[in-house]
Design a protein around this ligand. Sequence first.
Ligand code: UGA
Length: 448
Amino acid sequence: MVKIGIFGAGYVGLSTAVCLAEKYDITLIDIDPEKVGSINNNRSPIFEKDLDDLLNSALKNKKFEARLFSDKFSPFDLIFITVGTPSESDGYIDLQYVRNVSKALLYRKEEFFLSNQQTLIVLRSTVIPGTTNQFFKLFETKRLARIAFSPEFLAQGTAIHDTLFPRRIILGTNDKETSMTLKEFYFDFYNKKKIPLFTMTIESAEFTKYIANAFLAMKISFVNEMADLVEKVANAEIDDIIQGVGSDPRISPHFLRAGIGFGGSCFPKDVQALIRFGENISAETPSILSSVLKVNENRPFRLIKLLREELGDLNGKKIAILGLAFKPGTNDIREAPSLRIIQALWRAGTLIKVHDPLIPRMNLQSYSRFSVEVHHNILDCVRGADACLLLTEWSEYAETNLEDLTKEMNKKIIIDGRRIFLKTNIPTNVRYITIGNPHNRFTPINHT
Ligand code: UGA
């Protein structure tokens, strides 16, 4: 049976590991003893749909195990590297974890590699072009292992689905033979399903991942800037406009949902890293990418501005926040717009009440200094509030009747950062405000 080692038990490593464990012998390797212990005890450190079930069956089938980096290993056929590539303080990519894995593979080569260059190392972490060869080419030169770069395109909230049914596979290698080996592995895992597969050089594959993320982030900032214009014109509505605009297949309606901007562990960090990389190689700042970030950084303050227009001075006001996660389906709050909104509210002297369906699985350390009042029930959270800000489009919120939601609020003001209530019946006594919609029109016109 193919024996696979996966370095890095983050959301990419863990999701990949439990999916591959259906068919192969998997060892998931991490430096964090707490994470390793929790995974082996059948407790996933992250929340992802279907992950708990897959982890449970992987552990039961005994073809899966999490191990510490410092443990002893025996050679693998395939090594996937899915360690984090965070930002340094100046926004440049921090490659320390990739470097550490490369060093360990070199110093402990007998533990990890089969003889005769039979082991294939596949880097899947998002890295700037040139990184794979910088850290791993020596394994080919020294004839220890073969190398490839094959980026992941998993989105949080759908990581398991995206692993099992990828839209495309990108495969970067230094030679055709390695490319064939990895292709065969993918064909085997995906049962010859017809998934578009593109082979290219390692550097092109590294670029593909960055440019894909930068393009998606650009679409979001673009639609947000347009939403701000639309908002100034009576009777105009951004969703209707996007329906028309996106019907052109050259544009597509995807990733054109206006709101409070993008967060998470990928877009903000990747766009920033690409900017720094661009400056480094061309001595010029990529201007479109800089604007993408600038527009996004201002998004949370748009909501605060709308709130001030309603309540005036915010000092002493009670504000309910629905949704902390950067998107629904995840307990991840990294770079979530909620953090900057809460920080701004706290500075303005408000009392902050928060709710998120996944609060029990969130690490709220970064929010604790803002003295937030945590609620596990939506109605408890909004009770007595002077306004409610909706920051994550969880279905629990979209399914809540606005009359019930606002019943015990001090002032019935809803500021919807994700536009989820726009097409619902808004009670006449509720002041409903959302981005990309003129604020003098609280009940949408039904054209159907
Ligand atoms: C993103 C990409 O979508 C994945 O393809 C990629 O593999 C991943 O980054 C990565 O590099 O690992 P992710 O950050 O998990 O995935 O989530 P997205 O669904 O892309 O959402 C990112 C942010 O954009 C969220 O805050 C979301 O609310 C926001 N967004 C998304 C919008 O504001 N409007 C939209 O139309 C779409």
